[in-house]
Each structure stands twice: as C-alpha cells, then as structure tokens.
Design a protein around this ligand. Structure first.
Ligand code: SF4
Length: 146
C-alpha cells in the first residue's frame, strides 16, 4: 500500500499535529500519519489525494482550486531541488528517518516555505517547526540495522 499525496502535502505532513478543517478530516489525517509513521511509502499524485479525500464530499472543496495547484507546483519545485529528484505524478518517496529530518530542517530554515505563502495555517506550522516538531504526528520509526 502507498499513501497518495499531492506535492504540497509533503510539507504539511511535516507539521501535522492533529489540527484540521473538520473532525472527519483530522480522523482521516491521523490514519494517514500513522501509516506514514509505520513506513508506508508515498506516491505523488496530481490533484486531490488521500488527505483531501475527507473534504471532497463538501460543496466546492478548496482542493480543486488553482491556488492549491500553484502550491503543489511550488512545493514540487522546492522539495525536488532539496532532494535532487523530480516530484511529479507517479514519483515514489520513502519517508525514512533521515529524509524526514532533512525535509524538516529545510522547512524550519525556510528553504521550502514558498508554497506556504497565504496559507491560513502558516503561523501554526512555523511554531511547530520552531518547537522541533515535538508534537508532530508523523514520526518515522528508526530503521533497525542488521
Ligand atoms: S503552512 Fe499551510 S501549506 Fe505550509 S505546511 Fe502548513 S498547512 Fe501546509
């Protein structure tokens, strides 16, 4: 199984602490955070993903808006540069602990924050990063070495 994520959710998962738009959204995101923490890989998709799924039954969900697609494009560019890979539909990513730590450092340093411009959660996410992601629900398990 893979978790289907649109590119800007590669940033949002770093700071997810159980807050969100609706109780159903949070319950769904908690399940996704657990799956990612248990090592499930990520498949990048174009447009609404497994996180968006809990909002798609609402009238006019923001997940389809051009502004959100722009956020995806910016996040794909910045994370692609950071990881030296192409982030586009069909890309696969293993969120191993070192990769997660690298993405979190870049996020805290502002290297990958352009996609966050105008987001209503920006201050919350900045605070979580400044607090060393202590409350974040995606915490990759250390991989045991043989
Ligand atoms: S500020 Fe918005 S886009 Fe950026 S990580 Fe937080 S929720 Fe995601």
């Amino acid at each position: 199984m893979t978790v289907r994520l649109r590119p800007h959710h590669l940033l949002c998962l770093l700071t997810y602490v159980g807050k969100g738009y609706t109780p159903g959204f949070v319950a769904n995101y908690d399940r996704i955070a657990r799956r990612l923490s248990e090592g499930e890989s990520v498949l990048i998709v174009d447009g609404p993903d497994d996180v968006c799924a809990a909002l798609l039954c609402e009238p006019d969900p923001h997940c389809h808006r051009d502004s959100v697609r722009l956020r995806d494009a910016q996040a794909a560019a910045d994370i692609g540069d950071l990881l030296d890979m192409t982030i586009s539909a069909g890309s696969g990513i293993e969120l191993h602990p070192m990769l997660l730590a690298r993405m979190r450092k870049a996020f805290a340093d502002g290297v990958t924050r352009k996609a966050c411009r105008g987001c209503e959660w920006a201050d919350l996410c900045s605070g979580i990063a400044a607090d060393a992601y202590r409350e974040a629900r995606v915490q990759a398990e250390a991989v045991e070495c043989c």
